[in-house]
Design a protein around this ligand. Structure first.
Ligand code: SF4
Ligand code: SF4
Length: 189
């Protein structure tokens, strides 16, 4: 006799007591929580305290992002200013949203880095800021700065981050991730 397949259950069935099952007390409880947060934020706003309001993006942008915030992508550069990227396409391959487009060039005269990107673009209308591209890069050529990109647009075709924009990153101003690593930096002689 064929035993019926029993699918494994990965969740717990909710157990409602009489209090929850009547719903009204829980709704009132929710309203109390909402009102408390509203009044607390209103009090902070009236007294000018920090953390009272959401930033009015894009007219206002926050500046106090955590150093580890995954914001705008940047391409690191070699000391001569050329992109460190070797156009291996690993970031584009691992990207779950498939938003990285790279066009590779070839320079046989440069035996150390014969491949380089001619075009490197990211579609910010679909990027989910997961950071997998940064993790996958074998050359530490792509990073995410803590500053957020300007994302707002009425036209998603305008939301591509171009290579020129990604190459504006200045290692001198990135104290958290200096490049090239200076003397005394962990891992350097
Ligand atoms: S952050 Fe994630 S979604 Fe965005 S480009 Fe990188 S891998 Fe793709
Ligand atoms: S950014 Fe890194 S992973 Fe992406 S193509 Fe360039 S070298 Fe390869």
């Amino acid at each position: 006799m064929k035993v019926p397949y029993k699918r494994k259950q990965y969740w717990n069935e909710p157990t409602l007591g009489a209090w929850e099952a009547s719903y009204l007390p829980e709704i009132l409880l929710g309203l109390v929580v909402t009102s408390r947060v509203f009044l607390r934020n209103m009090g902070r706003w009236v007294t000018g305290k920090k953390g009272a309001l959401t930033t009015y993006y894009p007219e206002e942008t926050r500046w106090d992002y955590a150093p580890a915030n995954r914001g705008k992508h940047v391409l690191t550069q070699r000391p001569d200013g050329s992109p460190q990227c070797i156009a291996c396409n690993m970031c584009a391959t691992v990207c779950p949203a498939k938003v990285i487009e790279i066009e590779a060039g070839f320079n046989p005269a440069d035996s150390a880095h014969p491949k380089f990107p001619i075009r490197f673009e990211i579609d910010y209308s679909r990027c989910v800021f997961c950071g997998l591209c940064v993790e996958a890069c074998p050359e530490d050529a792509i990073r995410m700065a803590k500053e957020v990109p300007a994302l707002t647009s009425n036209d998603r075709h305008q939301m591509w981050l171009t290579m020129d924009e990604m190459l504006t990153w200045k290692p001198q101003s990135d104290v958290a991730k200096p490049y090239p690593p200076g003397p005394g930096t962990k891992g350097t002689p």
